[in-house]
Design a protein around this ligand. Structure first.
Ligand code: ZN
Length: 203
């Protein structure tokens, strides 16, 4: 299983980190070992002093594929949830300055948290999905998939030009504005529409 993650997919978020809005999806990956189940204890990593949450819509690949056309892409995923793409922002800032890859900031053990999966029914409009993140009970991030620069089907078409997609792979579709720091003792709760999908205590 691999995690394919999209950076800068919401214009407001690109702006808040001082990045340009990209013409094509910005892609990075996390390995299988990055997976963290929210029911397990989550410990603040010792190598960072600036741990950021990024709440994102995630979809799960349900069919193997390569060179998938955008018009067919919706047949390749069947479940949706919200996830947290944890980022060591201090490390990422250093790496970005030097033009180096982001893995140490983004792909470490436990950095990919996924909520419970929900099957995608035919009635669901994938281009109008509301999601949000609370920190200690207050809303810190709110997004709607309609604001994605590159929609999920386009992401799948683009990604599968370079990487085979396999059953069980997960796509993190990018974070809206409002990313921020969390510290030991913070409780995060992510919602899809009005439903709580995950809670996580930072230990
Ligand atoms: Zn992200």
């Amino acid at each position: 299983m691999k995690f394919i993650c999209i950076g800068r997919n919401y214009a407001e978020h690109a702006k808040e980190l001082g990045n340009e809005v990209p013409d094509e999806p910005v892609i990075f990956m996390k390995p299988n070992s990055a997976y963290h189940q929210p029911s397990n204890p989550f410990y603040y990593p010792e190598f960072t002093n600036e741990l950021h949450y990024e709440c994102e819509i995630v979809v799960r690949i349900s069919k193997n594929g390569k060179l998938i056309e955008e018009v067919n892409a919706s047949r390749y995923y069947d479940s949706i949830s919200v996830g947290i793409d944890f980022t060591a922002r201090d490390i990422q800032t250093e790496l970005k300055k030097k033009g180096l890859p982001w893995e140490k900031a983004k792909a470490w053990d436990g950095s990919a948290v996924i909520g419970k999966w929900q099957p995608i029914s035919k009635e669901v409009d994938m281009k109008n999905i509301v999601f949000s993140l609370n920190k200690n009970g207050a809303v810190v991030q709110q997004g709607n998939s309609k604001d994605m620069i590159h929609h999920i089907d386009k992401i799948i078409a683009h990604v599968s030009r370079f990487f085979s997609l396999n059953i069980g792979d997960v796509i993190f579709t990018g974070t809206p504005a409002g990313v921020g720091e969390c510290v030991v003792g913070d409780e995060l709760e992510a919602f899809l529409m009005d439903e709580s999908m995950l809670t996580l205590l930072v230990k």
